[in-house]
Every structure is written in C-alpha cells, then in structure tokens.
Design a protein around this ligand. Structure first.
Ligand code: GLC
Ligand code: GLC
Length: 811
C-alpha cells in the first residue's frame, strides 16, 4: 500500500493523506540553520546545534504523535482548520504535501478556501521562510482570519525540558510592528535572539502560550483562535510563543499571499542593545527586509533549487531501472547531505540532545557526501581529527557548536580510529588534494600538541597495532562498529549505560571485524604513504596488514564464515560453536570488502552462508540465531528482544557491505538483489508494513524473529545512506574514484542493460556510456576514452579537459 507517489520530474515525494503510518519528514537547511518538518507541519528548528541552540519546541514521546510545529490556523466562521491537518485535525476537503529537495509544499482546502504553504531555508541565510497563499475558490465573498503559531524553546533543549524551576521565570520577548522577538537569556550571557515576522500589517499578536490556548486547552483548541482575537500580550516568563493574527476578506476567486520569516540573529558582544533592555534589531531588520515580497521569496527558492540541481548533477545515471535512477539521482544523494549535516543528532528518533556528531558516524557519512561539496568534507575531516586523542583513540562524539569531543556516550570504541583513514582516503581519492595531509591538527582540541593530519592517520593505524589480543587480532575496546557488542562491560544493573559502564578495554576480547577494517583501511593508508613518497612507512604498514590477514585466516575463520569476535573469556562469538548468535553479518562484509578470502574461496563461502542463514525478503539480518536471553558477557546486543536492532534486526547500514562484497567476487545478480531489498523506492508499495518514509533509508527493519517483521524504525540518520550510495555508485555501477583517476568497473545484474553515467570529478565532467552486449555481470573488455582505447580500468586524470567521453564495454 502507498500513501503517495514519486514525482521525479520535480524531485518530490507527494503525500496524499496526512494519515501516514508515521510522520514522514523532510529536512530544510543546507549549512547552519535547520528545520525538521513533517507532512502535517510538525517539527522544529535549530541553529547549528540541536541541543544548544534549539529555537522552537517539539515534544518527543508525547501521546499525540508529532506534537508541535509551526502552525497556521484558519478561522472561517466557526470552522477552524490547518492546511497541514494538525493540530486541529479538522477534516480537509483536499490535502497534499510535497517534500522536495530542501523545501516542502502543503496544499489544504476547506469550505472553498484553499491554503497553499511553501517553506524552505535559503542557501545562505539563517531563516526559515514560509509563503502562505489563500484563495477563495467559492462564488461569494469570504471573511476569514489567519493565525500563525510557533512555540519558542529556551535555547538549550536539554535544560528546556528539565529545569522548570528556573525556566518558567526567564522567558522574554519584544514586539515591534509585525515582528516578534524572542530574547530569553539575551540580557545575560547570550548574544543571540530569534524573530518571527510577517510581511504584512497584523491585526493582533500573542506571545503567551497560556493566553493563546487558554488554560487546559491543547493546540487543537486554542481559545484565542476560537474567540477570533489575539490579546496582544507581552509574556513574562512561563511559555513564550509567537502568533500573528491577520483578518482577511477575499472576493470570489481572489487570492492573497503572505511571507512569514523565522530567523536567528547573533550580535557582537559590545553591540547587543539599542537602548537599555531594548535589543539591537539592525541585523534582524536587514535580514527581514530581504524577504518582504513573494517575488523575493520565489527567487530565493529558485536559487535553492539550482543549488541542488548543481549538487545532484555531480552523479547522474540514466538506466532502464526507474528505481535506481530515482534513488541515485535524487533521494540517496539528498539523504547523504542530510546525514553529513546532522550525523546522528536530530531526527524524529534522535532527540537532538543525546548524540551530537559521531566520530565513526561522521567519518562514514563522508563516503557518500565527499563528491557533493569536497570543501565541506575537508573541513569536517579536520574537525573530527581535532577531537582525536594523542594515542590515536577517539571520543565517540563531539558537539557541533563547540566542536569539542565528549564522553557522554562513551569512548574507547576501537574501530573509531580506522574510520578517520576511511574518510580521509575517500576525500583524497575524490579530490587529489594531498595538502590536507600536511594540515596541522590538534589532539583533543589542544593546539600545543598538534601534528600533521598524516601523523593522525599513522596514530590511528598504530592504535590497532598496539592493541591486539591473544589471537593477534585487534582488541575490541568498548565495542567496535556494533555499539551493542559490549564484551568488556558485564553490566548487571538496570540503568547502567552499556557504552559507558565498566572498563573501556579488556586485555582479551578481540574483534574480527576490526581486523577486516585494518586490512582494508591499512592498505588505503599505505596508498597515501606511497603517494606522498613515504615508501618505508608503506612497507611497514603492508607488513602489518599481512600479519593481520594471517591472524584472520588462522583464528578468524570458522569453516563456513568469518568469526565475529572473541569474548573476555576468549570464547568465540559468531561461530557454529555458539548456542545463539552463530553467524554475524559484519565480518562477512568487511573481510570480503578487504579482499580476505577472495582468492581461496572463503569469501564465496562466507557470502553463501550469509544468503543461507541471514537473508529475508526485507533484507539481510545482522545475526542468527537471535539471542533469546540476556548474555552478561555480550552486553546490549542480547538486551534487545529477538529481531530488533542489533539483536537480529535487519540493520540496513551493513546490507551494502554484503552487496559490495558480492561485487568483489563478481556476483552482480546477488549484489543487486541485496541492494533492492532495502531500497526505499523498491519497497514503496509496502509502506503499510515498512511504515517509515518511502524516499529514505531507515537504520533498522525488524528481522524475521520480530513480531513486526519488515517494519522500519529510525529513518533518515543512518550510515546506510552513505554506504548505499557508495555501493550503488562505486561498486554496482562501478564508477570508483582512485588516487590516480576514475576507475570504471561495473558489477551489475546480467539483465541490467546498458546505462549512462555523468560524473563530475575533480572539476571534469565524465560522460560514461556502459554497454553490456553479452549480459555479463562483471568485467570491462574495452575502455575508450575520448575515442582512444586504454589499458586497465582507470581513466588517467587530465585536468586540462572540461569533458571526457568514455565508452566501456563489458564482457
Ligand atoms: C548506530 C550508531 C552507529 C553504530 C550502529 C551499530 O547506528 O550510530 O555508530 O555503528 O548503531 O551499533
Ligand atoms: C544503542 C543502539 C545503537 C546505537 C547506540 C548509540 O546501543 O542500539 O544502535 O548506536 O545506542 O549510543
């Protein structure tokens, strides 16, 4: 069942009912100012940091789903309704929501009035703009009223929902003409305030939530709207809001348009006031004056759309498969931008106060983002590396506003250091910019101990070399990629954090997954050493990699698949010897991607075992059999009910690893089959089962053991976006950036057919035609570059050209 449809021409998903199984959201904002926006106008806004600079309130965990947003109420006689249906939920005569790339449009109608909302954040301004167009579709004149509504958050979203004894006394606002200023805490240590304004004369305003709603009313029955009159209250403490009232007369067929602006303003410390207690509004006035007309609104929106066209044009495929075209050209790349911006901080499942920017998460997000805006990727790599410790280990997360690491969700995850190599290597393969390796980068933000970025990579690598266990495999630390495999934790009491409790590392528990990573990213590090002329370091590194391969072959192989780990008693995890959890997905994907077992047939065996034991119609599960009881020695993984999350869920993030691994052994049919199973567009027609948005990936789909097998959770912020884009673009379609140039080596299903890719790489546009006359799954027999046949798969990079035409023939 579907709740809408894809409009590929406009790059939109069109939702045709407000009653989607879960709120289906969009992200507005490209750089610093962001809004989460659901298909019923729910959501919230923040500047840079969803925890520290939250502008509007949202209520997670409320009994009415998706409570609070930026609402418009229309009062037409006794009927009060919202164009996005919530919060009054008055039945609409028509409803449509179009989530586009960086904007959303809503059209609702009721009793001959049509309300069209368009909302977006301009590319370079810290403001959310909404154009409201009201049209009288009837045959007689209508007198109606429009009311806006936002509820301010008192900036620190964490404190805002805990510290009521203080917060109920600090709310402050100012109102001038049609602009409402939210200035809580501005009198003391803040130098920023928020504004909500409309480009028209208003008939009233309200800044007190209690006055707006009336005691004991919810947002569905606001007393002031019912009365048809806002009271012009200047709030003092309690719950500051911003609401405008506009009275409107519309002749039959007549339309009227308003532009609302919700903005963030920062003033210099010595320029905060224009008079005692009166905030300096110069910057606000300047910002608002830019968007006073519908024309200014439209041209800023057009600029946003062309900005996105430019980005999405960097990788474009034309094939006969509409799902692949749509996901690759639009939604998958879009989600990569969102995960780059948000990491795992703010979504409808991530509260914006718990997890900032993850070290491993953000490094992986780079893989799918780096081709879009390489300069921002560069800055991000430096930010991440700046939180690394001197011994190469890392904080697990940092706060986007301060860019400082913290241990709130633990540290000592021993895979973290290697992801820094992965992200840096991807950046240099994309850009050829080796100067980043010479950048001076601090450790734990301490400039006095800064070194080159290259030295950071060395310390990342050596951290693993220096932390090995009894089988010469890497010690796992608190956990590796799988946050929930806590082999040193031994938590016995409720409430202890699996990520923070117990020692950060034991001397025994080891990870075969990190061993696979070490081989893959160790080699990428060695390539960078060679590129920069340090052959001695490259030799040293490759010798260490060889030792690790030997260790995997000796103690990391279980006969039919790779072992997952060794626990604190040196017992195998993810082995046929285990009672539960006999096979895990991660080492099968990572070891084969690293090339381990490709020559001796073990890779094929491992992937066959994955297919036999972990596959379902909705994707590949993370492990089997599921843990049915809590295993003290394994930790959080066994705390989840069977089939959910890391305990045998379909953890979408590592499905592309399996798909990539299949391309490493040339099985295009199977690689694509794995791709399809979790691909949102392919499963759009089971939206009632899947439930999350059909245009983006979710972190998890419930596995075969779960009651709701096939149901997804935690949409949007997942490494699945970056890894899937890497998989489809670089491995299945086979356009892979190497240090020397683009490589063309597709691995597709036999029936995939010919296809064309346009790829902008280091400023050159490559038009690549791929022909597959004999329906093979892998292998390029001839590669013509501007008419010249070349040897091998790599197109030598030539920056003097603007365009390069390539024809690759598979056979
Ligand atoms: C979450 C985390 C990610 C981790 C994964 C598996 O998605 O963000 O860092 O690798 O869970 O536990
Ligand atoms: C929990 C989740 C995991 C997530 C981690 C982050 O362990 O199961 O998916 O990565 O929390 O702290």
């Amino acid at each position: 069942m579907k709740y809408g449809f894809f409009d590929d021409q406009n790059k939109e998903y069109v939702i045709t009912t407000p009653k989607t199984p879960l709120p289906w959201i969009n992200y507005l904002g490209c750089k610093d100012f962001f809004t989460l926006l659901s298909n019923t106008c729910g959501g919230y806004t923040f500047y840079k940091d969803a925890k520290l600079l939250r502008m509007t309130r949202y209520r997670y965990n409320d009994t009415t789903p998706d409570t609070n947003g930026k609402y418009f109420y229309i009062k037409d006689g006794d009927t009060i309704w919202n164009p996005g249906w919530q919060p009054t939920k008055t039945a609409l005569d028509s409803y449509e929501c179009r989530h586009g790339i960086g904007y959303s449009k809503f059209t609702g109608s009721k009793n001959d009035i049509e309300a069209a909302l368009v909302t977006f954040v301009p590319v370079d301004d810290a403001v959310e703009l909404t154009k409201v167009t009201l049209t009288n579709k009837g045959t007689s004149k209508k007198d109606i009223q429009l009311f806006s509504y936002v509820e301010w958050c008192l900036w620190n979203a964490d404190d805002d929902m805990k510290n009521f004894q203080r917060n109920l006394s600090i709310g402050e606002v100012e109102v001038v003409d049609s602009t409402i200023y939210h200035k809580t805490e501005y009198r003391e240590r803040r130098n920023h305030y928020a504004v909500y304004s409309v480009n028209a004369k208003i008939d009233g305003f309200e800044t007190s939530r209690d006055e707006f709603r009336g005691a004991y009313n919810g947002p569905d029955k606001p007393a002031a709207v019912i009365a048809g009159k806002l009271n012009n209250t200047i709030c003092s403490g309690w719950y500051p809001i911003a609401s405008h009232q506009i009275n409107i007369s519309l002749e039959a067929g007549e339309s009227t348009t308003f532009v609302f602006a919700l903005g963030y303003i920062e003033n210099a410390e010595d320029d905060k006031w224009e008079a005692p207690s009166v905030i300096n509004k110069k910057k606000a006035t300047a910002l608002l004056s830019k968007y006073q007309t519908a024309e200014a609104f439209d041209s800023a929106l057009a600029e946003l759309c062309s900005y996105w066209d430019g980005l999405l044009g960097k990788f474009h495929i034309a094939s006969k498969d509409e799902h692949v075209n749509r996901m690759v050209n639009i939604w998958n790349q879009y989600q990569c931008m969102v995960t780059f911006n948000m990491s795992r901080s703010a979504s409808y499942y991530e509260s914006g106060i718990g997890r900032g920017m993850g070290f491993r998460d953000s490094c992986q997000d780079l893989l799918g983002f780096v081709h879009l805006i390489p300069d921002r990727a560069r800055e991000r790599i430096i930010d991440i590396a700046s939180t690394q410790f001197q011994d190469g280990s890392a904080y697990h997360q940092y706060q986007p506003l301060t860019k400082k690491g913290n241990s709130d969700i633990g540290s000592g995850f021993n895979d973290d250091p290697l992801w820094l190599i992965a992200g840096t290597s991807a950046y240099i393969r994309e850009t050829g910019d080796t100067s980043i390796l010479e950048e001076t980068v601090p450790y734990d933000n301490d400039m006095s101990v800064a070194t080159s970025l290259m030295e950071h990579l060395k310390r990342s690598f050596d951290y693993i070399v220096n932390h090995k266990g009894p089988h010469d495999l890497p010690l796992i630390g608190r956990a590796d990629w799988n946050d929930c495999l806590n082999l040193n934790c031994f938590s016995e009491h409720p409430g202890e954090s699996f990520q923070c409790f117990g020692p950060s590392e034991g001397p025994v528990a080891e990870s075969v997954f990190i061993a696979g990573m070490f081989v893959k990213y160790g080699r990428e590090y060695a390539d960078l050493c060679k590129l920069t002329g340090d052959n001695a370091e490259a030799d040293r590194v490759l010798a260490e990699v060889d030792k690790m391969i030997a260790a995997i072959e000796k103690d990391g192989w279980d006969g039919e698949w790779f072992v997952r780990a060794y626990d604190a008693y040196s017992k195998k995890v993810g082995s046929k010897e285990c009672e539960e959890g006999q096979i895990y997905i991660e080492p099968q994907g990572m070891c084969v991607m690293a090339g381990v077992g490709v020559d001796d047939g073990n890779a094929k065996k491992a992937l066959d075992s994955v297919k036999e034991k972990l596959d379902t119609k909705y994707g590949v599960m993370i492990l089997q059999p599921a843990y049915t009881r809590y295993h003290l020695e394994l930790g959080e993984i066994s705390s989840y009910p069977p089939g959910y999350k890391e305990n045998a869920g379909i953890f979408c993030h590592n499905n592309p690893w399996i798909s990539i691994a299949e391309t490493c052994i040339g099985r295009g049919d199977r690689a694509f089959e794995v791709y399809k199973k979790t691909c949102p567009s392919y499963i759009e027609n089971i939206s009632e089962i899947h439930r999350t948005e059909p245009y983006v990936y979710s972190q998890m789909v419930a596995g075969a053991d779960a009651k709701f097998h096939g149901e997804a959770k935690n949409s949007w912020l997942t490494g699945t976006a970056a890894w899937t884009f890497t998989n489809i673009s670089q491995y299945i379609l086979g356009i892979y950036p190497t240090l020397e140039g683009l490589s063309v080596n597709p691995c597709t299903p036999a029936e995939f057919g010919d296809f064309n890719v346009t790829r902008v790489y280091r400023g050159v546009t490559y038009n690549i035609a791929i022909k597959n006359p004999n329906k093979v799954q892998k292998g390029v027999a001839s590669l013509l570059v501007d008419g010249q046949e070349i040897q091998g798969n790599i197109i030598p990079f030539d920056g003097s050209k603007k365009t390069v035409n390539v024809v690759a023939t598979m056979s």
